[in-house]
Structures are given as structure tokens and as C-alpha cells.
Ligand binder design. Structure first.
Ligand code: IPD
Ligand code: CA
Ligand code: CA
Ligand code: CA
Length: 261
């Protein structure tokens, strides 16, 4: 199905209303005692807010789009096997450890792909009250402000963002990449890291991620002329984990070269 510009604008506005509500709900929940559990290991946190947000977002999507398939983190989505039709991606709290410990540097992320094509992405920075949203048909906005494509800086001219655990163990060539950059940072959450690359504050970001971690960021980054691939330069698989690389075109080339050397 091909959506008209009008339909895409309508979907964008609808999801922005949900996110407005979710932001208030999340801020109120942060004033109360969080229920924090672990999943696979002690660093893999999940809270009542992750679960409540996902339940609410998925219910809104299903009421709005009867043909929706949902790929989401906390178990309220579908067992998706292909990218046919309207596939929504939901990360109800991205950066749960930051959410619990820093009370900052986390996001709520939603994306819509139709027949495997990126259509819309939303990354809500809850604390700063900015939602980054849009897609190839609309452009990318920070709230109402249209964003320009970031400057095409090289790796040695900018800051690169990396996953801390993999950097610590020198995996995926991250040690070489960090040494070649002007500076490197570990933000600890995918959405806030994508935001920094989209705004031109960082030249690149790489981490191993699940589809809900990168789906929204990929829509926005590609729309702004950034390169998004796996660490071998291949397109991302939307139904499995990937070692994701988003970067300016020049930094992307630099990082692929380093990774292959
Ligand atoms: C995680 C964060 C982290 C990234 C992990 C993600 P979550 O998301 O974005 O930075 O390295 O791969 O799983 O679990 O806090 O939503
Ligand atoms: Ca998680
Ligand atoms: Ca995430
Ligand atoms: Ca999450």
C-alpha cells in the first residue's frame, strides 16, 4: 500500500498526540517509586514504566491501524516474520538504565515501515520535551523546527558514539574507531545517540541493537542524508539484531575502512 502525503502527515500528527500523553504519564511515573526488575542479566533492566508504555502504545496502534504488525521489546507485540504491510516498531523506554539511574538520556521511540520501506520515525526526548519526527516524504523536525542535513564531517573531525561494553572489550574494532576519532563518548542509549548524530553533534554511532532500538533512528537519519548500515556496510535486517552503524557519509566510509583493516 502506498500512503499519500496527507495520510502520512495525519499519522505523524496522531502519534505526536500519543507521545504528548505518554510524556506526561512517564514524568508522573518518575515521581513515584519505580518497580525495577532484571531480564537476562543484572544490567538488563526493565521497569513498570517500560511495560505500561508499551501496553499503551501498542493498544493505540492497534486501534488506529487494524492492519498493523508490531515489533516491540517487552512482549506485547507480534511474532513478526516478514516486513510485508504496516510494521510498527516500539521501544517504550530506550535506555532503561539511564532512565532508572540518570533520570535523563532516555527516549520513547516508535517507527512505521510499509512493505519494508521506512515511512515515519519518532524519538521523544522526554526530559527535554523535544520529539524528533518525520520521514522521507516530510523531512525531519525537532518539534516544529525543520532540521537541515548535518555537515558531512570525517571521523577525525568529530565525536563518535560507541557502546561501552563493546568498547571496553575491543569488539567490532571499536578501540581503533575511538582512537581515530577526534573524541568518543558512551551515551548508553540508542535514541539519544541517534539524536546527537542527526543534530550533527556526533559524526557517528555504533552499537549492537535490536530492531526497536534502531528503526526510528534509521528513518530520521536516512532522511537527513546520513548513512545507515551494519558494520560491514550491509543493509540492516529489520527482524534481527545488527551491529548498527549510523554516520555522516565520510565518517561512515572511514569507519568501514577501519573495521575491515
Ligand atoms: C538499550 C540501549 C543501549 C544499547 C542496547 C539497547 P534499552 O536499549 O539503547 O544503549 O546499547 O543495545 O538494548 O534496552 O534500554 O531499551
Ligand atoms: Ca531493555
Ligand atoms: Ca532500546
Ligand atoms: Ca527499551
Amino acid at each position: 500500500m502506498t500512503l499519500s502525503q496527507f495520510e502520512i502527515q495525519d499519522i505523524d500528527q496522531t502519534v505526536l498526540l500519543w507521545l504528548d500523553h505518554l510524556r506526561i504519564k512517564t514524568l508522573i511515573a518518575m515521581q513515584q517509586q519505580l518497580e525495577v526488575d532484571t531480564k537476562h542479566d543484572v544490567r538488563d533492566l526493565v521497569t513498570n514504566v517500560d511495560k505500561d508504555n508499551e501496553r499503551m502504545i501498542n493498544a493505540k496502534i492497534r486501534a488506529f491501524d487494524s492492519e498493523a504488525s508490531i515489533v516491540s521489546e517487552e512482549g506485547f507485540g507480534d511474532q513478526q516474520r516478514d516486513m510485508n504491510g504496516n510494521v510498527w516498531f516500539v521501544d517504550p523506554i530506550d535506555g532503561t538504565m539511564n532512565f532508572v539511574k540518570e533520570r535523563a538520556n532516555f527516549a520513547i521511540m516508535i517507527a512505521l515501515y510499509v512493505d519494508n520501506k521506512p515511512v515515519l520515525g519518532w524519538i521523544l526526548d522526554v526530559v527535554n520535551n523535544v520529539v524528533y519526527h518525520g520521514g522521507p516524504q516530510l523531512g525531519v523536525f525537532a518539534n516544529h523546527l525543520r532540521l537541515d542535513n548535518p555537515v558531512n564531517d570525517t571521523l577525525s573531525d568529530g565525536i563518535v558514539l560507541l557502546s561501552g561494553a563493546r568498547l571496553l572489550y575491543g569488539m567490532f574494532g571499536y578501540d581503533k574507531i575511538a582512537k581515530s576519532a577526534l573524541g568518543y563518548r558512551v551515551i548508553g542509549a540508542a535514541g539519544p545517540s541517534f539524536i546527537r548524530v542527526i543534530l550533527g553533534q556526533a559524526v557517528g554511532y555504533s552499537s549492537k541493537m535490536m530492531p526497536w532500538d534502531f528503526a526510528a533512528g534509521q528513518v530520521l537519519a536516512k532522511t537527513l542524508g546520513l548513512s545507515v548500515s551494519d558494520i560491514d556496510g550491509q543493509p540492516l535486517n529489520m527482524l534481527s539484531s545488527n551491529i548498527v552503524l549510523v554516520a555522516t557519509n565520510r565518517a561512515h566510509r572511514d569507519i568501514l575502512t577501519l573495521h575491515q583493516s
